[in-house]
Write a protein that binds this ligand. Structure first.
Ligand code: PLP
Length: 414
């Protein structure tokens, strides 16, 4: 079969796809300790809220018809959009209405649309790219561009902190915004590091974007207002010219596939046009499931009082376990400020992070090699090969066992 350039993007040879396959196969073989994926944990309180809502939806003929029997408008379920706009106005004072919000089938799909609307081959024939101002960044962006050479990313400053911690900081001195940049994008909290960009860093990026007439896209899949996996006092921001991407996935509904984009009405109209062309309409399920807790604001309370403490506790236990097991080894951990990952740095590691990943896989522990998280960064930075990402969202005993095996393997490498 002859493939278009577009078709080839999805062939098994693509870098990230082969890694994902590898992770998927490792999982399918069974008996593995899975510290690789981005699946959220299963929180009983959240599942109980959803079970009750599902019962209510299935018992009310009217609601059931809206849930399964009617295409929503291309921007998504109206009532949900109105309730979410009201919640964001009430909670943060943002000046927005439902015209500022569009739903997508997962936020991953929103990034595909946003990135390719704002960069690539431009309508005037020019070329633009997406700037990731601080690598490492989310692996899932890497293959989203419809043309090659789609991202530019910038090395962070590394600040070593007390004990065994370190923190990446945006290196504003290294960021150059040329006419070739179509948008700036950051995940906050950052996947893979658990970093939360400070309010000052966000203000700096926002200023750069505004001065250059391009959008700043903030990927808040793990952040505020929900699911709220943030352990610092970071403030959520949205203002005209900014794009805030939210998701119901990490709140506990990854299979429901609901992404939410908050942006200027012009961009929202483009996204809803793309929804209409590609999907006719976004699915109603997530919007209908979450509508009540968005209307009441309960989604924010649950995020603050249930979801955040659940992951924070797991993070603290995983970090304590690392300190126990890694004693005497050359390692540092990125200060865990959010999400559910620990980013481990082994300065001077005699093999690569990918080599370590292969060795751990043979021992039944699946992590993600750090070099996957630097799309758009010019080669030649040793640090890229000294890191791996682990997730602490899954079973706590398994996380402990996994960390013990990583420590054994590191000691055997010497
Ligand atoms: C940083 C980040 N952004 C976006 C997504 C996409 O999530 P979803 O498509 O489930 O909304 C993920 C998923 O892991 C993620 O880690």
């Amino acid at each position: 079969m002859k493939l278009s350039v577009f078709g080839e993007k999805f062939s098994a040879g693509a870098g990230i796809l082969s890694l994902m396959d590898d992770l998927g196969n490792a999982l399918a073989e069974g008996g593995k300790i899975m510290m690789g994926g981005g699946n959220p944990g299963h929180i009983p309180e959240i599942q109980a809220v959803m079970a009750a809502r599902l019962r209510a939806l299935s018992e009310d003929g009217n609601l059931l018809r809206r849930l399964i029997g009617i295409y929503d408008p291309p921007r998504g379920e109206r009532d949900f959009l109105r309730n979410l706009a009201a919640l964001l106005r009430r909670e943060y004072g943002w000046e927005l209405t439902e015209e500022n919000i569009c739903l997508t089938n997962g936020s991953q799909g929103a990034f595909f649309l946003l990135f390719n609307i704002l960069a690539g081959v431009m309508a005037d024939g020019g070329r633009r790219r997406i700037l990731l101002p601080m690598a490492p960044e989310y692996i899932g962006y890497a293959d989203l561009g419809l043309v090659d050479d789609f991202f530019v990313s910038v090395r962070p400053r590394i600040e070593t902190m007390a004990a065994d911690l370190f923190k990446y900081r945006v290196d504003f001195g290294q960021i150059a915004i040329t006419d070739e940049i179509g948008a700036i994008c950051v995940s906050r909290p950052t996947n893979p590091t658990g970093n939360v960009l400070t309010n000052d860093e966000i203000a700096g990026l926002s200023r750069l974007a505004r001065e250059n007439g391009i959008p700043l896209i903030i990927d808040s899949a793990y952040g505020l207002p929900f699911p709220g996996m943030v352990y610092t006092d970071a403030t959520p921001v949205w203002q005209e010219g900014m794009v805030l991407c939210l998701s119901l996935s990490k709140f506990g509904l990854p299979a429901v596939r609901t992404g939410i984009v908050v942006a200027d009405p012009g961009l929202i109209r483009l996204l809803s046009g793309a929804n209409a062309v590609v999907n006719l309409a976004p699915g109603s399920f997530g919007a209908m499931l979450a509508n009540d807790i968005v209307r009441s604001g309960e989604i924010i309370r649950l995020s603050r009082e249930v979801v955040q403490p659940f992951y924070r506790r797991r993070m603290e236990r995983a970090l304590a376990c690392i300190r126990d097991c890694f004693d005497g080894l050359a390692y540092r951990v990125h200060v865990p400020e959010g999400a559910f990952f620990l980013w481990l740095w082994f300065p001077g590691l005699p093999i690569t992070g990918r080599g370590l990943y292969e060795r751990l896989k043979r021992r039944g522990v699946v992590v993600v090699p750090g070099d996957s998280f630097f799309p758009g960064l010019p080669p030649g930075w040793r640090h890229v090969d000294e890191c791996v990402r682990i997730t602490y969202a899954q079973d706590e005993d398994e996380v402990r066992r996994g960390i013990e095996i990583i420590a054994e393997e590191l000691r055997s490498i010497g």
